[in-house]
Structures are given as C-alpha cells and as structure tokens.
Design a protein around this ligand. Sequence first.
Ligand SMILES: O=C(O)CCC(=O)C(=O)O
Length: 347
Amino acid sequence: MAGATAALAPRTHERYRVSVEEYVRFRAQGFLVVRDLVPSAEVDELRAHTDDIIHQRLELPGVPPAPVGAAAGHSGILDPALLGEIERRYVRIHMLHRRLEIHERFLLHPRILDVLEALIGPDVMAMQTMLFLKPPGSDGQGYHQDSYYIPTLPDSLCGAWLAIDRADLDNGCMHFAVGSQHEPIYPDAGNRSGHYPLGELQDLAIIDHASDTDESRNGLTPIARRHEASWVAAPAEPGDVVFFGGHVVHWSYANRTRDRFRRAFVGHYANARSFTQWGGGNGAHILARGRTHLACARPAFGTPCAATDPEPPSAGAPPAPTMMAAGGMMRTTATDPERLDPAKHDE
Ligand SMILES: O=C(O)CCC(=O)C(=O)O
C-alpha cells in the first residue's frame, strides 16, 4: 500500500464518466474508442516531443545516438534514408515512463485513468508504455493478444492507445477481431509467457510467431480468421483513445502513405489486485487508482495518482451485501442476518 504525506492533488481535468452503454460495448466488442479524451493542447505537446525524437533533438535514454548525418536535410517530407533509420531504431520505444516525465504523465493521464477505473478497476496499476512512431512506409504489427506478453492473474490487462496523429486505413490504424475477446490466450511451444498452464483447456492450440506480419507464419491467423466476419478497423483522430482488453486479437497494417506518420502512445494497465511477475512484479508498477493489498510503486517523477495520495481516512467501508439461498433463488441481503434473513421474514 502506498504511504504518502502530500495533500490530495486537485483535479486538473474534468472527470470522464463512462456510460453503461460504453461499458457494455467494451465487453461486447473487446475494445472501446473514447473520442476526444485527451485535450488537443496536450496531444500537441506529445507530438512535439515525438518531433524532437524524430529530428534527433532529444537523446533517448537507452537508445544509441543516431549516426552522424541521419537527421540532415529535413524539409517537410523526410528523406527515405532518415525514415529507414527512424523505423529501425524506434519501431516501438518501451518503458520510457521510467526515464522521462512526459511519458509518466501520459501513462497516468487522469481522463485515461477515469475510463480504466470504470472498465477494469476500481483499483488500477499502470504497467507499460510504448511509443509508436510508425513513419511512412513502415510495417504494421501482426495478429496478437496482449495478455500473452503481459500476464496478470486474474487476467485484467487493458491497453489504452492514444492517437497522436490521425490514424486511418492508409497509415495503419488498429484493427480488432470482434468476438476474439472470448478466446483464451494461446501459448507458444515453450509457454514462454509462463502464466498459462497448458493443461487447463484440453484442446488449446500451441501457436508460434504471434505478431508476425506474415500471416502464413503467425500462429494466431486461424484464430483471427475464425472471427473474420466481424473484423473492425478503429480509425482515430488525435486525442481519441482506444481501450482494448488483453485477449482480443488485434493488429495494424503497414503505413502505406508517403508523407504521414502514424504516432501513438500506448499504456498497459491491469487491476491493481491482479498478481504479476511481469516487468519486475507488482512492486515495480505504479498504483494509478484505488488501493491494493499487493506491492506497488510510486511514480518516479511524482505525477499525481493514487500512489501519491495520502491514505484515505479509515472510516471503514459499509457492509457489503451477501448472497443467501432461499427456495432455490439467490437474493441479496445486508450482512445483518437478523434483519433480513428470508427464513425469518418471508412468511
Ligand atoms: O499501434 C500499433 O500498430 C499496434 C499496437 C498494439 O498492437 C498494441 O499496443 O498492443
């Protein structure tokens, strides 16, 4: 449990309240697009940050400096050599929230957390960040399920994919196989993800090469095809956020444009009561909302979130209703059995 001394930080953003219809849609299709969730001025700041990366104005911790001359000659449309270099280096930049304040701030963006609190919370742990630059001409990512890469028990993983540029069919927006959110996680031959005992389901296919853009190699191709009638593209405008569960099979195609990046900032989260050994275990991941009985981390740069909140007053929660069987029916009752025991009051 996070112990903290600071006063509760004032809210900086209008709270986003998820509707029942959105909650149901997230479960019915395995993903949910929330339009205009992040204010445009903040997306502009994130875009400017990615421009600094692209034009080598910023040294990224852990990424070797570009060869001399790689950034030369920029004038609107980037030269193909530079695009190739960007693609090679920055296909996907992982975990910069542990090194750069701006990544931590977007990982813990209050309006993104508002949605997660409703979809997978109320206790939310922030686990991973990825920055996709996806320059013109660059490849997509083949069929995959995120819980394969980030196992949590119980499995409550959810991605939040924030569009920095417009993402559409030409520059490689996200796609989902609706229905596949009900599929189990398909393990690889070595069960490298480790958390899914192979004996749980008698006929669970062992697959390899998830995420491979070559469909003939990607072992999830038959699973994705099984749901082909309900494949859905998820185009997004800057500031829109696509939320998707850890089981839904998803992918993106190549950026086929000549001059448009498709940048996106992705956070991965789970319920803070789920156990994980991934990425250093629970103790390495930030308690973003709510509370947990498990270990958790504080944000390295102090971005306000549950881990930086003071302990809530220990007034105690009201008693939870319990379920009691009566005549073959289940009914809810308060925890005071004297007051509401159906055997005493139903005659
Ligand atoms: O942005 C993309 O192209 C792929 C993102 C993705 O699949 C993910 O975040 O799991």
